[in-house]
Design a protein around this ligand. Sequence first.
Ligand code: HEC
Length: 209
Amino acid sequence: MGAVEKSERLTGGRIGDWFATNLTPNKQTGLGTWSEDEVVSFLKKGQNARMVAEGPMAEVVHNSLKYLTDDDLTAVAVYLKSLAAEASAISTASPVSFARPAAATLFVNNCGQCHGPQGNGMRAATGGGPPLRGNALVVAPDPTNVVRATVGGLSGHFGRFPMSSQLNGVTAQQLADIINYVRTSWGNDAPANVTPAMIFAMQAKTAPQ
Ligand code: HEC
């Protein structure tokens, strides 16, 4: 009926082709490792050293949050950090197996020059991408964010360079393997649940008309 499910409050959810991040202090998928300053900076500038706002969240920053005073943003950050850590109660696709060493090579060759060979991110000013390691957008239990970003590309928000579709030069199976590798490497502990079918479905939705 559109009512808020109280038990799942602020633990994230699907919005179109994106999965809104868990805002409770969960250390893996939420704000558990973020400082209050990092929360404020994200709400005000759409990014911090950990991730960049994409999709509907980028619009929320552009159209409203960036106009809040620092005191109000700090109040939001203090409140979010005071919540109990929760996991998202959503059903997700089951994990699949993939060839990890081959996926690691594909990652370094296709993503490493912009996101770093260990997913640590590279300087934004020279076209680098945000870190993929410890990035709440990347490790959401529902993998749709990474599928949407890599298949549809990103327009370049908040002074970042754009990222073109990464489905050029790799097959849907290879891109699924890369994403499963990113979701399960360098301390990222998300399910490896991306399949070529998800890549094709996103391609059909995001292809230029
Ligand atoms: C030519 C440089 C380049 C390459 C190659 C590249 N990216 Fe990106 N990536 C970027 C930039 C720049 C952004 C930020 C764009 C924005 O925020 O609008 C980005 C953003 C992202 C994001 C969103 C992160 C966030 O915090 O919002 C993900 C996920 C991502 N890239 C994954 C990948 C994967 C996986 C690959 C390899 C298949 C890849 N990228 C290849 C430059 C690149």
